[in-house]
Structures are given as C-alpha cells and as structure tokens.
Ligand binder design. Structure first.
Ligand SMILES: NC(=O)c1ccc[n+]([C@@H]2O[C@H](COP(=O)([O-])OP(=O)(O)OC[C@H]3O[C@@H](n4cnc5c(N)ncnc54)[C@H](OP(=O)(O)O)[C@@H]3O)[C@@H](O)[C@H]2O)c1
Length: 169
C-alpha cells in the first residue's frame, strides 16, 4: 500500500475551490486544514456557526496566512433535504467554480424514529443529503471540469460500519 502524507504529498491547490461537509471537527477539520495550507479556498460546511467560526479562528491562529489559502464558513445541515437545497443553491450564487466536493459528514445514530419525511436521520445525513447536494452542484462541477488544468473530484469519506458492529448498536 502506498503511504500518503498530507503535510508533504498534497499538490499546490492555489486557485482551486473545495467544499468539505462536517468540516468543523474531526477528519473534516483536518481535511480543511491541509487543503487550505496548500492554497485552496475551502468552504467549511457545518451546521453550527459558532463552532465553525471558532475552528476557523484556531486554524488561522495555527499559521494560515493570507495567500496560503482561505477558509470560509458555509451553513450546511444535511439532515433536512430542504435545507440542503437552499445551501446548494446559495453555493451556486456564491462561487464560480468547485474543484473538490468532499462528503465527509457522517453519523452513526441509534435514533430509529423517522424524521418529518418518514426517514431516519442515518439515511438522511449519510445518503440523501450528500446525494442531493451533489445533484445541485453538478452543473458547477461540470463547468469547472471544462476549465483548463482542472481535476474535479467528488469524494465520499465512508465507513465499514454498515457491515460490522455498528449494525448491532
Ligand atoms: N473516525 C473514524 O475512525 C472513522 C472511521 C470510518 C469512517 N469514518 C467516517 O469519517 C467521517 C468523519 O468522521 P469523524 O471521525 O471525523 O467524525 P466526527 O468527528 O463525528 O465528525 C462528523 C462530522 O459530521 C458532522 N455532521 C453530523 N451530522 C451532520 C448533519 N446533520 N449535517 C451536517 N454535518 C453533520 C459533524 O458536525 P457537528 O460537529 O456539528 O456534529 C461533524 O463535523 C464520517 O463520515 C465517518 O463515518 C470515520
């Protein structure tokens, strides 16, 4: 297996735009950090604005200078498809390109009570929300893919949870 060190192996991403869901904590936060460090404009998708802006302030304090990339808060709650639609359309208004759409947010919830659309939150957050967001942003992703030197990606951070112990929770 080839090893990958994000501190040294990431390419220069100046001029590129990324959107990372669940970007204010855990793996998403570190993803935001590394992408911004190599020059990307990174939208930190998060459902809690104060947590997100606090995380951005910490990342900037850790050494993100202007020109080294930029991080912006982006309001994104995947648990309600209507909110996802509003968020996706707002992104289209705000940005002229999108190079990396990283679906990092994910939950393992024991809540089996269906939400207002009759779907449990595990399904809404992990599947329906990311699918809908991708559909809405697809025209922008395709447009960016036609730009010179582009390398557009849609990335899902997944889990083996569905095949092992998490099923028993
Ligand atoms: N850590 C592991 O060992 C591991 C292993 C396999 C797979 N993964 C996958 O890696 C990804 C990140 O995991 P992690 O360990 O960094 O988990 P984490 O720390 O729990 O982060 C999950 C992120 O998802 C966000 N999120 C939860 N519900 C959301 C919603 N309704 N709308 C928008 N965002 C929401 C959380 O936001 P809040 O901060 O607002 O809660 C948080 O930022 C997940 O997809 C997970 O399944 C992780």
């Amino acid at each position: 297996m080839t090893s990958f060190n994000p501190s040294t192996d990431l390419l220069d991403l100046k001029g590129k735009v990324a959107l990372v869901s669940g970007g204010s904590s855990g793996i998403g936060l570190e993803t935001v950090r590394f992408l911004a460090q190599v020059g990307a404009l990174v939208y930190m998708g998060a459902r809690n604005e104060s947590r997100a802006t606090g995380a951005i302030a910490e990342l900037e304090h850790d050494g993100l200078q202007p020109g080294n990339g930029e991080i912006r808060y982006f309001d994104l709650d995947l648990n309600n498809p209507r909110d996802v639609k509003v968020a996706g359309e707002a992104f289209l208004e705000r940005e002229k390109r999108l190079d990396l759409l990283i679906h990092n947010a994910g939950i393992v919830s024991t809540n089996t009570k269906p939400g207002r659309d009759g779907v449990v939150e595990n399904v809404t957050v992990n599947y329906i929300g990311p699918f809908l967001l991708t559909q809405i942003l697809l025209p922008l992703l395709k447009k960016t893919a036609r730009e010179p030197s582009s390398d557009v990606r849609v990335i899902y951070v997944s889990s083996a949870c569905h095949v092992n112990y998490c099923m028993l929770l």
